[in-house]
Design a protein around this ligand. Structure first.
Ligand code: 9MR
Length: 441
């Protein structure tokens, strides 16, 4: 049969229209990623897991590992007792096996960990003073050099702060070598592998108001001010249950990020794996532009260091749990976070001077911010809050307000170039004030 020209034209148009509609359908249907790693990657992040070398021969394990994850942290194989069992005799077999698996499958590696009070070999436990300091620095240098170029992030120092209300360093043989042991470890790591991002990693630092969180925050702030080479902070996030996921977790992540470091969720597991808490953690990371990714501390419940609590995303048979679905859905529905930098680094969109904000003290219901102005003495800085937050007190400036009470114009009053204010959170503990302009004459 021959088709006349007009009929052929109609047919061609119909086929083209069908193809176009199919293409649109395919595009939308193909949007939702079906694995954790792929979905996180779409959001500019990784989704990783702790890996044990002795499980790499278990194909049920590696099937899930290779399908779902694009980042690996060796669970025990890079700890001091594993890598330097006798002083100056290094042993990398299991760590190398994990790194090789990661590289073969395009996964990034987090090195864990170079300096820690726990899991020390006997010889190191028995050292003190200068001998221990030098042994620790030698260990950092040797191990970071061995893995140079293969590690995206190092947990340079792990768990150096005390639990409880002191906010102080943990007592340990390393701490007794002098308070500067942490910065010395970071400097040695930077010298050995200049391309690795260097992190401080700890647990019980998730609740913003806890003394331990504040102690670590002050150390990182001090390191940034003095130029100690620190790039990131890891929040282990071993939660014991839904109630132990703190509602101010996002504030913790964003407050550290505002210091100019990346933040990572490094060892996530939650007792009984409540879907809500896993969803919240995922959303909190997605909401903080400098949160680079999430690592769960094992694949199946049976792989967990606390397997009795079933805290992971896959059950012992490798089936996806409800928490898995919640995390994947949160990753898929997350929007790529706004690229606006945190307060303190925001270039003022208007004006002819510069104002940078520094986070100050935080209480349960309020927090302080100080702002330093450069580029003129007769300045006027506009600060915008997120409702329902409101400023309750100011110092070293003369404020005026718009009718909504959320836009404050602060003018110099002869008290210098730094002013400050207290913000009441009024229930929104995550937002932080933005500087919207700085004008000077
Ligand atoms: O999961 C790890 C477990 O197999 C080890 O026995 C234990 C002691 O080294 O360390 C566990 O991992 C810890 C991590 O290295 C640091 N943060 C706490 C983790 C859980 O204890």
């Amino acid at each position: 049969m021959t088709v006349s020209t007009p009929r052929r034209a109609v047919l061609i148009a119909a086929v083209a229209a069908l193809a176009a509609s199919l293409a649109v359908g395919v595009t939308t249907a193909a949007q939702a990623a079906t694995t954790l790693g792929a979905s996180a990657a779409e959001k500019g992040r990784y989704f990783g897991t702790a890996v044990a070398a002795n499980r790499l021969g278990d194909s049920a394990y590696t099937t899930i590992l290779n399908r779902e994850f694009n980042q690996i942290t060796p669970e025990n194989e890079m700890k001091t007792d594993a890598t330097e069992p006798n002083q100056n005799q290094f042993s990398y077999g299991n760590a190398d096996r994990i790194v090789a698996h990661a590289r073969a499958n395009g996964m990034q590696v987090r090195g864990h960990t170079l300096a820690w009070h726990a899991q020390q070999p006997r010889w190191m436990e028995s050292l003190s003073g200068t001998a221990l300091r030098n042994a620790m620095l030698n260990h950092v240098t040797q191990v970071a050099t061995h893995f140079r170029g293969q590690i995206a992030w190092w947990d340079v120092v792990n768990e150096a702060f005390a639990d409880g209300s002191s906010g102080a360093r943990r007592d340990s043989n390393l701490q007794r070598t002098g308070n500067d042991w942490i910065e010395a470890a970071f400097r040695a790591a930077r010298a050995a592998d200049p391309n690795a991002q260097l992190c401080y990693n700890d647990y019980n630092t998730d609740n913003w108001t806890d003394a331990k969180t504040q102690g670590v925050y002050r150390m990182v702030q001090d390191f940034k001010q003095r130029g100690v080479p620190i790039d990131c902070v890891g929040f282990q996030s071993h939660f014991t249950g839904g109630s132990n996921y703190p509602s101010n977790y996002r504030t913790t992540l964003s407050s550290f990020a505002a210091l100019g470091v990346d933040v990572h969720i490094t060892e996530l597991d939650i007792r009984n794996a409540p879907a809500d808490a896993y969803r919240n953690v995922t959303n909190d990371c997605l909401a903080v532009p400098r949160c680079k990714g999430i690592t769960v501390w094992g694949i199946r419940d049976s792989d967990s260091w606390r397997s009795g609590e079933s805290p992971l995303l896959f059950n012992g048979s490798g089936q996806k749990k409800a928490a898995y679905d919640a995390v994947l859905a949160a990753l898929n529905s997350g929007t790529t976070p706004p690229t606006s930098p945190p307060p303190g680094t925001t270039p003022p969109p208007a004006g002819n001077c510069t104002a940078s904000a520094t986070p100050g003290q935080v209480w349960g219901d309020r927090y302080n911010t100080s702002v330093t102005v450069s580029g003129g003495s007769n300045w006027s800085v506009v600060v915008t809050l997120t409702s329902p937050q409101r400023v309750s007190t100011t110092w070293n400036g003369t404020p005026s307000w718009d009718s909504s009470g959320t836009v404050m114009t602060m003018r110099a009053n002869g008290s210098g170039n730094t002013f400050g204010f207290t913000t009441m959170t009024n229930g929104n503990s995550s937002a932080r004030p933005q500087i919207t302009s700085c004008t000077a004459s």
